[in-house]
Write a protein that binds this ligand. Structure first.
Ligand code: SIN
Length: 280
């Protein structure tokens, strides 16, 4: 079956059909998928049957993989796979339950953040448990030139622990390792190394402050930018089916899970996280 790329919204997302990710893609199919990834920031592959090994092999074609700091949520003999799961085994969590229920881009608290992530739905709820995605390139491009100019050259502090400070621990668990990751600093506006588009690079989950602003200014400016980034016209809502694999570009969007399901609706996902080796 021929590979096809079908856009999902005007501003982000495309569905790819005619591809089996469990076997190595030809170079020409990979080039088409890679170009679609750069053009649409998010790709949905339906009906996949992906072993952890095959998921790692496909993800590695985009770059080196990152090992998540929450070691208890990794597959033991395949630590590149981070389990997002509300299942338990012998009373113990199988992975990290209800992860990322706030707008964020993966691992911006690392000195070299992530290029992209591939999330594979092993078992998903029939209703609920969707993931929202919002284009940070579209967000930048729809700011006024005056606001774009104001943000140019500013830098922001990102910290893993920030995501847990003001959020109830009931569903996020009590992760260890929070202090293993000291704060890092990244530009507020980054030029995407492949598309050349400027993207806002700050997020509600991990961004503590814009370093050059006073506290009251920070609160107002960051809240404005978070609201602007997640306006309906920038957002795609993905409803999961078993076997969906969704690849997204952490350089060009933010995302969040939607915690509208409970432990009686099993949701078990495998995520690989690709490192961004570019300099900004
Ligand atoms: C994530 O933040 O990577 C997970 C989002 C989700 O589980 O929907």
């Amino acid at each position: 079956m021929a590979l096809t790329v079908t856009p999902l919204t005007p501003n982000l997302g495309a569905e790819i059909s005619g591809v089996d990710l469990s076997v190595p893609l030809s170079n020409s199919d990979f080039d088409t998928v890679h170009q679609a990834f750069v053009d649409h920031s998010l790709l949905v592959f339906r009906g996949q049957d992906l072993s952890p090994k095959a998921q790692v092999a496909f993800s590695q074609r985009f770059g080196p993989l990152m090992i998540h700091v929450l070691k208890e949520a990794l597959i033991e003999d395949q630590p590149e796979i981070y389990k997002i799961s509300n299942l338990t085994e012998d009373g113990k969590p199988v992975g990290r339950a209800y992860a990322g229920q706030y707008w964020h881009s993966d691992l911006t608290y690392e000195p070299q953040p992530s290029l992209g992530s591939l999330l594979y739905g092993v078992q998903v709820p029939e209703v609920g448990g969707d993931t929202l995605f919002a284009s940070t390139a579209h967000a930048y491009e729809t700011l006024s030139p005056a606001m774009q100019g104001f943000l140019e050259g500013l830098t922001a502090e990102h910290h893993f622990a920030h995501a847990f400070r003001e959020r109830p621990k009931a569903k996020t668990g009590s992760p260890n390792h929070l202090e293993e990751r000291p704060p890092v600093v990244h530009p507020v506006v980054r030029t995407h190394p492949e598309s050349g588009r400027k993207c806002l690079f700050l997020n509600e989950g991990f961004t503590v402050r814009i370093k050059e602003l006073a506290p009251a200014e920070n609160k107002a400016v960051m809240q404005f930018l978070f609201d602007h980034m997640t306006r309906a016209q920038s957002v795609l809502r993905h409803h999961w089916q078993d076997g969906d694999a969704v690849l997204w570009d952490n350089r060009a969007l933010v995302h969040r899970g939607v915690d509208d399901y409970g432990d009686d609706s099993p949701r078990h996902m495998h995520r690989t996280t690709i490192e961004d080796t570019a300099e900004y």
